[in-house]
Design a protein around this ligand. Structure first.
Ligand SMILES: [Cu+2]
Length: 138
């Protein structure tokens, strides 16, 4: 009896282990999801990007006018978006932690430069519930 239980336990551990390894390999081998972003005075389109935690994404940002900057605040993700017709900025990264990360233009591009921003939302792994309503009662 005891031996049988041991074997079952061992098998369960093996199967679980294989599943973990398999999932890890899948995640590593997948090519990054490409997100195209247009930078234009004074906005990024889309200005809201949703990502799964651990998902590798490639941002390809091109400008419709002058050169802009791109900076994901609180991270090392940053670069210069060349002016229209001069190519695009490509940044590949894998956001690890759930949360809301603001991105902004990091190159002075005109009067509305300070308003040129957006948000990258990394969803919590198991949490599919919408954000709790903010306290806005009077
Ligand atoms: Cu700017």
């Amino acid at each position: 009896m005891r031996g049988k239980r041991m074997i079952i336990r061992w098998l369960l551990a093996m199967v679980t282990g294989l599943m973990v390894v398999g999932t890890g390999l899948l995640a590593q081998q997948s090519t990054p999801r490409v997100v195209h972003i247009t930078a234009e005075r004074f906005s990024f389109t889309p200005s809201e990007i949703r990502v799964e935690p651990g998902e590798e994404i490639e941002l390809r940002i091109h400008s419709e006018d002058t050169a802009h900057g791109f900076r994901l605040i609180g991270t090392t993700v940053a670069g210069i978006v060349p002016k229209r017709g001069k190519g695009e900025l490509s940044i590949t990264f894998r956001p690890a932690n759930a949360g809301r990360y603001t991105f902004e233009c990091s190159r002075m591009c005109g009067a509305g430069h300070d308003f040129m921003r957006g948000v990258l939302i990394v969803r919590p792994p198991a949490d599919r519930t919408p954000h709790a309503p903010t306290a806005s009662q009077r």
